[in-house]
Each structure stands twice: as C-alpha cells, then as structure tokens.
Write a protein that binds this ligand. Structure first.
Ligand code: SF4
Ligand code: SF4
Length: 285
C-alpha cells in the first residue's frame, strides 16, 4: 500500500509549503503532488523539468445559439443557480454545469461544451516525479483538479513502483482540502502560535475528525508566543491529537527560502535535531 502523506494548514502563511519541501529530500521512492492548485508554489523550492503539460476539463458549460432561441425564458426560470439572466445571457461564473437549461430548451438552442478549468503539469525533479496543477483564476472546481492531481500521482507511483506520495494541500477547509485528505495514510497539520492560527486549526481538526485519518500537528515558530503554543497543545490534548513537532523561529529558515534553498538541506540546527529525525521516521512508517 502506498504511504500517502498530506501536509495541510488552517490558513496560509504557516510555513506549510517550506515544511513540505523540507520533508521531501528524506525519501527516495517518492512521488510529489502539489495540491495547492489555487497557489501552487512548491515548485519554487522543488524545481524540475516539465515532462508534460495538459489542460484539465473540469465540467461542461452551456452555449446558446441565439439564431435558434425564441426567448421563451424557460432556461432563465429553470436555472437553480441564477446563471441565466432575463435577457438570456449566461453568467459563466455562476453556472454549475447541471445541464437543466439544455434539457428544458424547446428549440435545442442550448448545447453543453467542455470547459478547461486548469492546467496539470508532470515534472521531473531530482527527488522524484512531481504532479502539480494551476486552476484558472476565477474557476471554482478546485476539488476536481486536486482529485485529478492525486489520481495522476498514484498512477505514476504504481507505474514506477514508488511507495510514498507527499501531498502539499491547500490551506483552509474547502472542497479542495477535502479532496487532498480523502484516503491518505497520515495528515500533518501545520499551525502557528497566534489567535488566528488556533482559530483556523480548530476548523481543520473538526474537518479531519470526520475522516479516518491519522493526524498530528506541527507548531511552527512556536517560540514567538510560548503562551499561545501552550494553549494550542492543551487544545490538541483535549482533542486527542499529538503535537509531533515544535519548530523554533529561525531567521535562517526565512533566508534559505528567499535564496530558493530547501531549509532542511542547509545548516539550520533544528534540521539536525533528534526530534526532526524521529518525525521523518514516523512519516516513513
Ligand atoms: S429555453 Fe431555449 S429558446 Fe427559451 S430562452 Fe432559453 S435558450 Fe432561448
Ligand atoms: S447548466 Fe445548469 S447552472 Fe448552468 S446555466 Fe444551465 S441550468 Fe444554470
């Protein structure tokens, strides 16, 4: 069975992606999946050559042939998403592709057409193959795109006999995050010792409890607020979730990211500590 590990966070800016990048060099049978399709940036630290690039068709949207339309208004009144105006103009961003308008149109003026919602990339990196994707700005079906990235990552893992998939998930608790955590072996939640960090952590923990996923938490930059870090640990104890790592703030981590270096591959003391290697061992199991 493939060891699928997802790294998520309740909010952006917790250091999730730099932590994901720091884990990657410790595996030699890896497929990397960047599922943060709204803002994919793992490839900034884990660079690779693009082997394949393809469009992803998320769903179908209607097109109206106005030569056939008699302006009866049925499509407007039948659309549950208010995506067709009274003067029979489609609002693409409101359309959910349900096909009701096509079904009700008495003159066959409406036909459904494939809609590209993003691009998927297959890259070759020094650490193994990487699948990542970019959602077209304004498109909303990021959950489908994430599911496709994971499916392709699994296909590559099976084909190349690789036993681990590391998934960089999106921040938050939306459908793209649900797609990223469904069926994984382990979830690592990255948080920070702030009021908003704890608030968003609670939302992610609530979400993860609905799935049968083994979850553990990393408090990043824990020493920026020892009292808030203590509060987070107390909350996690109550929820029965282990705080597996507390990473101290180190300006060298910030500097290494600015220099496009993976923090764990530099001489930062934390990444030579026993706790770090125990964490890597836990991920490998
Ligand atoms: S249902 Fe068909 S014919 Fe009627 S307004 Fe809509 S597109 Fe035109
Ligand atoms: S496909 Fe569905 S959501 Fe889109 S315009 Fe037609 S009825 Fe509305």
């Amino acid at each position: 069975m493939i060891n699928e590990i997802v790294i998520i966070s309740g909010k952006g800016g917790t250091g999730k992606t730099s932590l994901t990048a720091s884990i990657i060099p410790y595996f030699n049978d890896l497929v990397i999946a960047d599922c943060d399709v709204d803002a994919p940036d793992l490839n900034i630290l884990i660079q690779g050559d693009t082997v394949e690039e393809k469009d992803f068709i998320g769903f179908q949207r209607p097109i109206i042939n106005y030569d056939k339309c008699n302006y009866c208004g049925l499509c407007h009144t039948s659309c549950n998403f208010n995506a067709i105006s009274e003067d029979i103009i489609i609002n693409e961003s409101a359309c959910e592709g349900c096909k009701v308008c096509e079904y009700v149109c008495p003159t066959n003026a409406i036909t459904m057409h494939d809609t590209v919602i993003g691009k998927i990339f297959h890259r070759k990196t020094v650490f193994g193959p990487m699948i990542d994707a970019r959602l077209i700005p304004g498109e909303e079906s990021s959950g489908k795109l994430v599911a496709e990235v994971r499916k392709l990552a699994r296909e590559v893992a099976y084909k190349e006999n690789r036993n681990t998939i590391i998934i960089d998930g999106s921040p938050g608790i939306a459908c793209n995050v649900i797609s990223a955590i469904t069926g994984v072996s382990k979830a690592i939640i990255v948080t920070e010792p702030t009021i908003s960090g704890l608030h968003d952590l609670k939302k992610v923990v609530h979400l993860i409890k609905m799935f049968s996923v083994e979850a553990k938490v990393i408090i990043n930059k824990y020493d920026l607020s020892l009292s808030k870090a203590k509060e987070i640990k107390k909350y996690l104890d109550l929820m029965g979730i282990e705080t597996i790592l507390e990473i101290p703030f180190d300006i060298e981590i910030v500097n290494s990211i600015s220099n496009l270096q993976i923090p764990s591959t530099t001489n930062i003391p934390f990444f030579t500590s026993k706790k770090w290697f125990e964490f890597i061992e836990y991920l490998r199991k």
